[in-house]
Design a protein around this ligand. Structure first.
Ligand code: FSX
Ligand code: SF4
Ligand code: SF4
Length: 318
């Protein structure tokens, strides 16, 4: 299909929303609060026309698939639909139809075809001990392909890498105390391999769908977003949770929750890690804007590089 920008103006109008307008809306809203509120079928059509050529290869190592589920569970609005249509998702171990050696061949063939132009999405940590054998993701020509192999081979020729979830960004749960598998995040792994491909960290255990889609749209339209010192887009991770928490006035007044079932009060005495955590959950919220951790429990600092060891214990009975 022809790029929408090449279509006569009248046809663009027929399509409802031009790609340019869509992206303006999305990127503008991402800079505000939520892309969730603005996505509708007309905008999806615009995306299908405009951005479908950007290939994405999604690989999974040591993770729980929570980040994929976080994205795919978002039914209202249909962020998964948008994601699948914004990009050309050429490989995903959980939702892909292809399997076995054929899938591995496809993964490497697409990477070769779009060398320097595709985005590699990494979900889950990379186990580097035992020559990577803790995570064999497939086989080709009777040779096992490990997560180490894939991130090294494909990471080196990708245009950009998105490390989705705290495990892929910083090692996360697989890299917690003990770490017999030598689990590590993408940036640290690249340093050991001398790989210079730009990496954007989108942490969270799991990562918020808006953070993922918003970063991809930014990447495609405006390039790599501004990152903080630990590689996260400041767009989503630039603000301290405690400083912006709706319960801050309660904290300042010394009104503390004694139990998690207490609907009011600051959660500090229960172990809330908001003061050490940078993310926009306090305004973006989760489950399509329904609630967030502090309303039901405490913030456990899931987006921070020292998670989970640095956040433990998560809950401290008052
Ligand atoms: Fe880790 Fe994610 Fe936590 Fe799970 O990418 S970030 S364990 S929610 O699925 O890998
Ligand atoms: Fe800070 Fe947590 Fe209290 Fe909110 S609930 S004010 S983030 S300590
Ligand atoms: Fe993670 Fe805290 Fe946000 Fe919950 S509120 S998702 S624990 S950063």
């Amino acid at each position: 299909m022809k790029d929408e920008q090449q279509l006569p103006e009248v046809q663009q109008k027929k399509a409802g929303v031009s790609r340019r307008n869509f992206l303006k809306t999305v990127t503008g809203t991402v800079a505000g609060i939520g892309i969730s509120q603005v996505i509708n079928p007309a905008l999806i059509q615009a995306l299908e026309k405009g951005l479908k050529r950007h290939p994405v290869l999604w690989v999974q190592g040591q993770g729980c698939t929570g980040c994929s589920v976080s994205l795919l569970n978002s039914v209202s609005p249909p962020i998964a639909d948008v994601l699948l249509k914004v990009i050309s998702l050429q490989f995903h171990p959980t939702i892909g139809a292809c399997e076995g050696e054929l899938a591995m061949e496809h993964l490497y063939a697409v990477a070769e075809e779009y060398k320097g132009r595709f985005s590699l999405v990494v979900e889950g940590a990379i186990p580097t001990a035992a020559e990577g054998k803790y995570c064999v993701i497939g086989e080709m020509n009777h040779k096992e392909i490990t997560m180490v192999d894939v991130v090294k081979d494909l990471g080196a020729i990708a245009g950009s890498v998105l490390a989705i979830g705290t495990c892929a960004a910083y090692g996360g749960i697989p890299a917690a105390k003990g770490n017999v598998t030598g689990a590590t995040g993408v940036m640290d792994f690249f340093k050991t391999q001398g790989i210079k491909t730009p990496v954007v960290n989108i942490p969270g255990c799991p990562s918020h769908p808006d953070w993922i889609v918003g970063t991809i749209v930014h990447l495609l339209e405006k390039g790599i977003p501004e990152l903080d010192e630990v590689g996260r887009p400041t767009l989503f991770f630039g603000e301290n949770i405690h400083d912006n928490c709706p319960r801050l006035p309660l904290y300042e007044a010394g009104e503390m929750s004694a139990t998690l079932s207490d609907p009011k009060g600051c959660r500090m005495d229960l172990g809330c890690k908001g003061p050490n955590t940078y993310a926009d959950c306090y305004k973006r919220k989760w489950n399509s804007g329904l609630n967030w951790c502090v309303d039901n429990s405490v913030c456990i600092g899931c987006v921070e590089p020292d998670f989970p060891d640095g956040s433990s214990p998560f809950y401290e009975p008052a």
